[in-house]
Design a protein around this ligand. Structure first.
Ligand code: PLP
Length: 639
C-alpha cells in the first residue's frame, strides 16, 4: 500500500466520528466491523446488537417496500427505565421524601402500539399518561388499569371531557383534572355535584420564568394556557368558599418542549415549588407537583444549549429537579410532594428510525469547454469565459463576483431575445465550471470569504430518496429541526460525495440541506458514491417523537410501512408487528375521493375508448387491472 493510500485509508472510527453516532446515539447505535449500523437497546450487553441493514434485508425479502419506519420496542423500554431509575437514584441520593410518578404525554406519539408499550413497560414504575384532549382521554381510558399511576387531564375541556375525568376517578384511577383557564372551575364543580364524584383538581400555572428553545411561548407570562398568580389565588378562594379546597391536590406547569438549557429548567422548578408551598400553606392538601415536559434530546450530539441539543444529562435533569424542590420546601414545613414529569420526547425519540433508499443521484457535471468560444460570441459570454480562464487562488472573490454579474446579464439578454437558448446553455456551463472550481479552490484558503459559505450546498450532489419530508419528518421542514442522518451500511468505505437530500414530493421544500454538526450546522452530508445497481440505504434517526402524527399528506404520500422489532438478549430479533402503510386508495379517501366511484368512472372512460376503437376489450382489461393495482399500491416509489 502506498503512503497516500495509507493516509486515505478509511476506518470505522472515521465514520463514527464523521456522523457523530456516539454523540447523539445515547448508546443505542453503533457501527459494526463490517461497516453497518448496529442497534443495541441494552446498553450493558453489547453482544445483543443487531445490524440495521440485516433487518432491512429481511423486510425486503418479505416484500415490503421502502420507506419503512422501524420501531424498536426495547429502546422505548430502556428509555422509560432510564428516566424512572434516574429519578429514583436522585431521590435516594438526596434523601427526598416523596416518589416520582412519570406520565407519558399521548400527543408526542399517539399510535396505539406506542401507548400500549408505554403502559406495559412502564407498569413496574407506575408510569401513567397525560392527555390534552377528549380523544386522547378516551384512548387513555382504554389502556389504563394501574391505580398507582397518574392520569393527567390537560387541555380545553367541554362537559363531556369533564365527565370522563370524573368517571375515571370513580373507576379508581388516579385522574387529575388540571384547570387551564379560570372558567373551567365552575363547570367542573357543577358536573362533580351532578354526578356525585369528587374531582382531583390541579392548577396549571403560568410561570414568569421563560425558557430558550423553539417552543418558548408555552411558558412565560404570554403563554396561552395556565393561570397567573392572581387567577390562582381566585381559584383557591372559590374552592374555600365552596368547601372544596380539599380537592386541590396538584400544581402543574409546562415550559415547552426541548428546553436546551438546564438553568431555565431549574429556575422554573424553583418558582413552581414556591407556589406549591404557598398553596399548601393556604390549606390545600396538595401532594403532587407536575413539572410538565421539556426534557430535551441531544439531536446533534453537541451537548450544548443549541436548540437541537441540551447542556445536561438525564441524570442531571433529575438531580436538579429534586434538589431544587428540596431547597425550596425544606426551610418550610411543607412535605415533599410526589414528583410528576410529562416527558414525551425523551421517552420516544430514540425508538423510531426511518429507513429510505436512494433512488438516484444528480451531480453537477464538470463540463468540457472549448479553448476559445466561437468568434461571433456575444461580448458578455466572452467576458464570462475570460473569468473562467483567469481563475486562480488569488482572485477567487473577484471571479465569483464577475461570474455572478455576467451570468445575470446573460440571463437578462436571453429574456429579451438577444441570445439563443443554445448560447445561454453554453454560458451556464461556463458559470457552473467557475463555481465548482471556486468551491474546490476555497478549501485551500485559511479564511474563505463568507460569500463562499453556501457554495458547498450549491454544487452538492442531490441524492433523491424514497420518502416525503412532510410525512415523515415534518419538523425538518416546519421548524428547521435537525435529525441525525447517515448511511446504514458501507461505513468501512470513505464517503466521497458531498450531498443534500431530496425527497420525492416534487416540492422545492422537500429537501434536507442542513445537517447535524458538533460546532455548527453542516450544509452537506458526506455520502458514498452509488455503485451501479446496488441498493444504498440511509437512516433518519431519533424520529419517534412528534413526527408520526404531525406528518401530512403533501402530494398524497401517505403513512409509511411500519415494522416493530423486538431484540432479544442473545442478539436474535423478530418482527412483532407489521403495519402496511397507506395505499393510494387510503390517501385518496382521506381527501374525499371514493375509490369505488373512481373505478366506475375510469371504467367508463375505458369503455368509451373500446367503443371508439382506440383500444381492444383485452387492452381495456389490462388497463383496468393496472388502475386497480395502482389503487391498492403503496404511495411511495415501488420497485
Ligand atoms: C407537549 C407537552 C408535553 C411533552 O413535552 P416533551 O418536551 O415532549 O416531554 C408535556 N406536557 C404538556 C402539557 C405538553 O403540552
Amino acid at each position: 500500500m502506498s503512503k497516500t493510500e495509507l493516509l486515505d485509508r478509511w476506518t470505522i472510527e472515521k465514520s463514527e466520528e464523521l456522523y457523530g453516532i456516539h454523540n447523539w446515539g445515547a448508546g443505542y447505535f453503533s457501527i459494526s466491523n463490517q461497516g453497518e449500523v448496529l442497534i443495541n437497546p441494552f446498553r450493558d450487553t453489547p453482544e445483543a446488537a443487531v445490524s440495521l441493514i440485516d433487518i432491512i434485508s429481511g423486510i425486503r425479502e418479505r416484500g415490503m417496500e421502502m420507506p419503512v419506519l422501524l420501531r424498536f420496542e426495547n429502546i422505548l423500554d430502556s428509555q422509560l427505565s432510564y428516566l424512572n431509575e434516574s429519578f429514583a437514584e436522585a431521590i435516594a441520593t438526596l434523601g427526598y421524601q416523596g416518589v416520582y410518578r412519570g406520565v407519558y404525554p399521548v400527543k408526542v406519539n399517539q399510535q396505539q402500539q406506542v401507548i400500549e408499550e408505554v403502559i406495559r413497560f412502564g407498569q413496574r414504575y407506575h408510569h401513567g399518561l397525560e392527555v390534552g384532549s377528549k380523544a386522547e382521554l378516551i384512548a387513555a381510558l382504554s389502556v389504563m388499569k394501574d391505580q398507582e399511576a397518574c392520569l393527567i387531564c390537560n387541555g380545553y375541556k367541554d362537559e363531556e371531557f369533564i365527565d370522563f375525568c370524573l368517571y375515571a376517578v370513580k373507576l379508581g384511577l388516579k385522574c387529575f383534572f388540571v384547570i387551564e383557564i379560570p372558567s373551567e372551575l365552575d363547570t367542573v364543580l357543577a358536573r362533580s355535584e351532578a354526578l356525585g364524584i369528587k374531582p382531583n383538581l390541579g392548577i396549571r400555572l403560568k410561570l414568569s420564568a421563560k425558557a430558550g428553545g423553539h417552543w418558548t411561548e408555552s411558558g412565560g407570562d404570554r403563554s396561552i394556557f395556565g393561570l397567573n398568580v392572581t387567577q390562582t389565588i381566585a381559584i383557591v378562594d372559590t374552592l374555600k368558599e365552596k368547601g372544596m379546597l380539599d380537592s386541590l391536590k396538584l400544581l402543574h406547569y409546562h415550559l415547552g418542549s426541548q428546553i436546551p438549557n438546564i438553568r431555565d429548567i431549574r429556575s422554573a422548578v424553583l418558582e413552581a415549588a414556591r407556589v406549591y408551598a404557598e398553596l399548601y400553606q393556604e390549606g390545600a392538601p396538595m401532594g403532587y407537583l407536575d413539572l410538565g415536559g421539556g426534557l430535551a434530546v441531544d439531536y446533534d450530539g453537541s451537548n450544548t444549549n443549541y436548540v437541537n441539543s441540551r447542556n445536561y444529562s438525564v441524570k442531571e435533569y433529575c438531580a436538579d429537579i429534586v434538589e431544587a424542590v428540596m431547597s425550596t420546601l425544606d426551610p418550610t414545613s411543607v412535605p415533599h410532594p410526589t414528583l410528576i414529569t410529562e416527558s414525551g420526547r425523551m421517552v420516544v425519540a430514540y425508538y423510531s428510525v426511518l429507513v429510505t433508499d436512494v433512488l438516484e443521484v444528480e451531480k453537477l457535471e464538470n463540463y468540457d469547454l472549448p479553448d476559445q468560444p466561437a468568434e461571433d460570441t456575444t461580448e458578455q459570454i466572452q467576458n464570462l469565459f475570460d473569468v473562467y480562464r483567469s481563475l486562480n487562488l488569488k482572485n477567487l472573490q473577484e471571479c465569483y463576483n464577475d461570474a455572478l454579474y455576467y451570468r445575470d446579464e446573460i440571463r437578462d439578454m436571453f429574456k429579451h431575445g438577444r441570445i439563443s437558448l443554445r448560447d445561454r446553455s453554453f454560458a451556464e456551463k461556463i458559470f457552473w465550471n467557475i463555481i465548482s472550481k471556486i468551491a474546490t479552490e476555497k478549501e485551500k484558503l485559511k479564511n474563505p470569504p463568507p460569500d463562499f459559505n453556501d457554495l458547498g450546498s450549491a454544487i452538492a450532489a442531490i441524492y433523491y430518496c424514497n420518502f416525503s419530508v412532510f410525512q415523515s419528518i415534518p419538523d425538518s421542514w416546519a421548524i428547521d429541526h435537525l435529525f441525525p442522518i447517515m448511511p446504514i451500511h458501507r461505513l468501512e468505505e470513505k464517503p466521497r460525495e458531498q450531498a443534500i437530500i431530496a425527497d420525492i414530493t416534487c416540492d422545492c421544500d422537500g429537501k434536507i440541506d442542513r445537517f447535524i454538526d458538533l460546532h455548527d450546522v453542516k450544509r452537506t452530508l458526506p455520502l458514498h458514491e452509488m455503485k451501479n445497481g446496488d441498493d444504498y440505504y440511509l437512516g433518519i434517526f431519533l424520529v419517534g417523537a412528534y413526527q408520526e402524527t404531525l406528518g401530512d399528506l403533501h402530494n398524497l404520500f401517505g403513512d409509511t410501512n411500519v415494522v416493530s422489532v423486538q431484540i432479544n438478549n442473545d442478539g436474535t430479533y423478530h418482527f412483532v408487528r407489521e403495519l402496511h402503510g397507506d395505499s393510494v386508495a387510503d390517501v385518496l379517501s382521506y381527501v374525499e375521493f371514493d375509490p369505488k366511484r373512481m373505478l366506475g368512472r375510469f371504467r367508463g372512460l375505458a369503455e368509451d375508448a373500446v367503443r371508439d376503437d382506440l383500444i381492444t376489450p383485452s387492452d381495456r382489461k389490462e388497463i383496468m387491472d393496472a388502475y386497480e393495482n395502482g389503487l391498492r399500491g403503496y404511495t411511495y416509489y415501488e420497485r
